[in-house]
Write a protein that binds this ligand. Structure first.
Ligand code: ZN
Length: 234
């Protein structure tokens, strides 16, 4: 994929996305946060509203080091399908587990985290692997990919300042034949859907990986949300 395929109209995150989805396909935001992350403000209700408005069918809730909101959202009917994920801090940088059934602690070495993700049938997703502005895996992403320990590379993260970092991630995916995906990394409701993947509908992690093979990624760049504290009821 060329970088231009990623480029959406700047500043249009407030506009509804086009909904030219193919029959039988779903639109997935593979990486986003709720207030349970501690540095994000989105409630589950706001997430559900925003996703429905923007024709997102599936959200991967990938809070920092917790799965409580993802589990709660998955157990309720919020009108949007939920994949339970977690963005897990390791000494080498952040890694995301998708399709988790158990929370993974954030003090563990990367190899241990990867083996815990896979041990519970989850997928190892490399978020913004080359963004130096955040806790990214960098060289560890290359080592994991070369060792067959990565399942998905995030080739479009909507919040990367230097867009060439996404292009480098796309090259990593291509070199290792890994499926590419995209996430808004939204920490506020307005950011949800800034990047997404249109893909054939899927069931479970194996189906998700298969479907990514046919995926079409779209995204637009969006600055980081202003961080501010917020009381969330309940
Ligand atoms: Zn994130």
């Amino acid at each position: 994929m060329s970088p231009s395929e990623f480029a959406g109209p700047a500043g249009s995150a407030e506009e509804p996305r086009d909904s030219r989805k193919r029959p039988g396909w779903v639109r997935v935001d593979c990486h986003l946060h709720t207030a349970a992350s501690g540095d994000a403000v989105t409630t589950i209700e706001e997430l559900a509203d925003r996703a429905r408005q923007h024709d997102i069918d599936v959200v991967c809730i990938t809070d920092h080091n917790v799965t409580s909101a993802a589990v709660a959202a998955a157990e309720r009917d919020i009108g949007v399908r939920v994949v339970i994920g977690e963005e897990i801090r390791t000494p080498d940088g952040d890694v995301i587990g998708l399709f988790l059934t158990e929370r993974i602690p954030y003090v563990l070495p990367l190899a241990e985290v990867v083996s815990r993700v896979r041990g519970q049938g989850g997928l190892v997703y490399l978020p913004h692997p080359f963004d130096p502005g955040r806790s990214s895996l960098g060289g560890a992403a290359e080592r994991l990919s070369a060792a067959g320990m990565a399942d998905i590379v995030e080739v479009f993260n909507a919040k990367i300042k230097d867009h060439s970092r996404n292009e480098r991630a796309a090259r990593l995916a291509a070199v290792h034949g890994l499926p590419a995906a995209a996430g808004s990394d939204a920490h506020d409701p307005e950011g949800i859907g800034a990047a997404s993947v249109d893909m054939p509908d899927f069931d479970g992690p194996a189906g998700f990986l298969d479907a990514l093979g046919a995926a079409v990624i779209t995204g637009e760049y969006r600055p980081h949300a202003i961080r501010y504290p917020r009381q969330v009821p309940g």
